[in-house]
Design a protein around this ligand. Structure first.
Ligand SMILES: Cc1ncc(COP(=O)(O)O)c(C=O)c1O
Length: 435
């Protein structure tokens, strides 16, 4: 942040007549969204403040730079999200560099602080209390023997919709409603063929909010039926990232719906962080927590929560080797998203770590442990057979990581390990291919 400070006066002077306030704060609070909101030579319509959800007006001020009007609706200027157009990181970076006449390298991943704090997680704990289950923690002597440590399974497969995703979705929608002046105008949209889609659909139904879930036209019928069953509108798109994004943007624009990203929305991350609080209430003397990683919302949320409560706790991310962007990024100390989509049985773990979750993961995760498809299947089956917990392979990935040679080689001082069993939504039609 300090690097930006020196330009502050210069920028404020420049934007004085355009009502821009606190340039430093602008970057401070929206740094993580900046790559998706700056658009060269384009004029935006409106976007909203993620902190208070009031609408902020953005216009293109000069050739490319963001401007936020003085519609300062909360303590900070606001992170920006949901715009009608986007541009590549490279273009944005080049534009910012040109604007600031600055030769130093600007990286989206080194620009600032995290997009949420422990306070956000604390608030999320209160927000989701009336709706989410406090999921049980289970133990198994057999599994302890296999891992050589004491394991504590946090059973998010028993969460509403059968996965932890309900926490983040419910927190995000509840916060939107809390802050909205006209609650009846709130609508939400996301793209997800998995647990987040179902979670957002259910949370929206519980809060009487219209939800639009963009699903690829190759999504299993059972998942489409589940989302429709929760009362959401399913909008089909072609397979592939481009169509998903475009369809989501179209729905957002046409319906005036707010995009709730499955792992990058700060309120979603805060909601997932409630697991860390809950688990450390249930087992206060844990030495480590292992959780599967995809977009990183869960691991990032747990890092923010658990490291605040118990700073010496170690957080490990578990990832399929076939979708190892987090491991590669961790090794390179730079976010390296995978070409989409990777092929793995852990169908909840195909997304790459995103710009909001990466800085948190980079700083707080002890290590990323990758496991093969065979290891994932073996660990998942082991959980069914020996622990009688019907976990899905994405959750089995965390179990596989704890049973891996790499984890077994960790010092014996890591005695008590929490494992997040993140979901239990099995695609039964695929099971035959496993045996
Ligand atoms: C069951 C399950 N576990 C783990 C994850 C990974 O969560 P995140 O994207 O927050 O890393 C997902 C994501 O969809 C999931 O459905």
């Amino acid at each position: 942040m300090r690097a930006w400070m020196c330009e502050r006066d210069q920028l404020q002077e420049k934007f004085k007549t355009h009502q821009l306030v606190e340039v430093v704060e602008l970057f401070h609070s929206c740094y993580s969204w900046v790559w998706s909101v700056v658009v060269l030579g384009r004029s935006f319509e409106v976007t909203q403040c993620l902190s208070c959800d009031k609408q902020l007006h953005m216009t293109s001020m000069s050739r490319f730079i963001i401007c936020i009007s003085k519609t300062r609706t909360c303590g900070e200027i606001g992170r920006l999200t949901h715009v009608t157009a986007s541009t590549s990181n490279r273009q944005v970076r080049a534009a910012l560099q040109a604007y600031f006449h600055c030769s130093r390298q600007i990286s989206s991943d080194t620009m600032g602080e995290y997009c949420l704090t422990y306070k956000d997680v604390e608030e999320a704990v209160e927000r989701i209390k009336p709706a989410a289950h406090v999921t049980p923690v289970m133990t198994s002597k057999t599994m302890d023997g296999l891992a050589g440590r004491e394991l504590f399974f946090k059973c998010e497969l028993f969460q509403k919709v059968g996965a932890f995703k309900f926490r983040g979705a419910y927190n995000a929608i509840s916060k939107l409603l809390e802050k909205a002046e006209d609650k009846s105008s709130i609508k939400v949209v996301t793209h997800s063929s998995g647990n987040h889609g179902q979670a957002l659909a259910l949370a929206a139904k519980m809060k009487n909010v219209p939800a639009f879930i963009v699903m690829q036209n190759i999504s299993p019928k059972i998942k489409v039926t589940a989302v429709k069953g929760y009362g959401a509108t399913v909008v089909e798109c072609e397979p592939g990232e481009k169509s998903r994004e475009e369809t989501k943007d179209k729905v957002a624009k046409e319906q005036g719906a707010i995009f709730i990203s499955s792992s990058q929305h700060p309120d979603v991350i805060a909601g997932q962080g409630t697991m860390g609080v809950e688990l450390l209430n249930q087992v206060p003397d844990l030495d480590a927590i292992v959780a599967p990683v995809s977009g990183g919302g869960m691991v990032a949320g747990i890092c923010i929560a658990a490291k605040h409560i118990k700073p010496d706790i170690k957080i490990f991310a578990a990832e399929p080797l076939n979708a190892d962007d987090c491991a590669k990024s961790f090794a390179a100390k730079e976010r390296i998203p995978l070409p989409w989509p990777p092929d793995t049985v852990a169908d909840g773990l195909k997304t790459s770590v995103g710009p909001n979750t990466w800085p948190i993961i980079k700083d707080n995760v002890e290590d990323v442990i990758t496991v093969t498809e065979e290891e994932i299947i073996k660990a998942t089956k082991l959980m069914w057979e020996r622990v009688k917990l019907c976990v899905e392979p994405s959750a089995g990935t965390a179990v596989a990581a704890v049973l891996s040679d790499k984890f077994r080689a960790l010092p014996p001082s890591i005695k008590k390990v929490g494992i997040i069993l993140s979901g239990g939504n099995l695609d039964l039609s695929k099971l035959s291919t496993w045996f």
